[in-house]
Ligand binder design. Structure first.
Ligand code: NAD
Ligand code: UDP
Length: 312
């Protein structure tokens, strides 16, 4: 195996920190770039002593001049409360960030992967969602800064590919969870676990009948690595997610059962444009990458609960 110089933007975030760890274990030099908007130094604290790991505080909405062989572009807040906190910055991160990272890939001739999202499907009318489904996104709603930002980033990736011959990969990530989500991240898995462990009410938005499909982080990272290594013709988009689909109420019940918590379930209003169902069709990833997630919801929740229990 040849040692590559790999840039991970958003490398101090939840997924980014797991990816940095995996790339180091695979024998690469890793440059982690992050502005710490939702990332945490604690996520990468154990990597700082590794001579093959380098950390740079930088906002990808500004140009970056480094020499690399591969780029994983993960920088972008992913939790609705965080990406809606400063929506203009969220769109800038997705769009200007993609332009800057694609420009960097063009100059260095690096292979580049975009962390796209199931949000490009919006509130889907097709179920489960295959890659050829063009989505149902409200372009002016509160989620649009993220959804449309990510859609525009995909457009830029494919235009750089067609216009400049860039070697691109686009992964459409479905809800992924695991250790190193922030306790105040705001996403459903971390919220429910933190609430269950604290014995405070579980905040169920709406009637809890909306569905999501939850992928454990290690499975997703394996999908990233396989997609990056795949033949150049496999640009994607490729769905990466666990097709096991659960209502949010079922998730709350699993978390209560696995933590042994006595927390009550308290209903709250459903946020605007909250998608009613979401489940990946992973036929393409199975066929082209030989990838299928191996960690089921209970196994993944147990590992994640153990992580949150051990937090100071
Ligand atoms: P996260 O919020 O934990 O990580 C995002 C990281 O990007 C953070 O470290 C943050 O500080 C950094 N960042 C944000 N804006 C930046 C900027 N302008 N410049 C430099 N760094 C910046 O979220 P995550 O769950 O690790 O998500 C990582 C990527 O995967 C995101 O692009 C997200 O959209 C995508 N994604 C994640 C999921 C999921 O379920 N976890 C699902 C779909 C897509
Ligand atoms: N959700 C909830 N309680 C919470 C946080 C989220 O019921 O404390 C719901 C939310 O309304 C959505 C689902 O859980 O239907 C997943 O939300 P999350 O923010 O994790 O991700 P996304 O909506 O982007 O898939």
């Amino acid at each position: 195996m040849s040692r590559k110089r790999v840039l991970v933007t958003g490398g101090a975030g939840f997924l980014g920190s797991h990816l940095c760890e995996r790339l180091l274990a695979d024998g690469h030099d890793v440059l982690c770039v992050d502005n710490f908007y939702t990332g945490a130094k604690d996520n990468i604290a154990l990597l700082l002593d590794n001579p093959h790991f380098e950390l740079m505080r930088h906002d990808i909405t500004f140009p970056l001049y480094v020499e690399v062989d591969e780029i994983y572009n993960l920088a972008c807040p992913a939790s609705p409360i965080h990406y809606q906190h400063d929506p203009v910055q969220t769109t800038k991160t997705s769009v200007h960030g993609a332009i800057n990272m694609l420009g960097l890939a063009k100059r260095t001739n690096a292979k580049i992967m975009q962390a796209s999202t199931s949000e490009v499907y919006g509130d889907p009318e097709i179920h489960p969602q295959p890659e050829h489904y063009n989505g149902n996104v409200n372009p002016i709603g509160p989620r649009a800064c993220y959804d449309e930002g990510k859609r525009c980033a995909e457009t830029l990736f494919f235009d750089y590919h067609r216009q400049h011959g860039l070697n691109i990969r686009v992964a459409r990530i479905f809800n992924t969870y695991g250790p190193r989500m922030l306790p105040n991240d705001g996403r459903v898995v971390s919220n429910f676990i933190v609430q269950a462990l604290a014995g405070t009410p579980i905040t169920l938005y709406g009637d809890g009948g909306q569905t999501r499909s939850f992928c454990y982080v290690d499975d997703l990272i394996e999908g990233f690595i396989r997609l990056m290594k795949a033949p150049d013709s496999l640009t994607g988009p490729v769905n990466l997610g666990n097709p096991g689909e659960f209502t949010i109420r079922q998730l709350a019940e699993r978390v209560l059962a696995l933590t042994g918590s006595k927390s009550a379930i308290e209903t709250k209003p459903l946020p605007a444009d909250d998608p009613m169902q979401r489940c990946p069709d992973i036929g393409l990833a199975k066929e082209k990458l030989g990838w299928t997630p191996g960690v089921d919801l209970d196994q993944g929740l147990k590992k994640t609960i153990a992580y949150f229990k051990n937090l100071p």
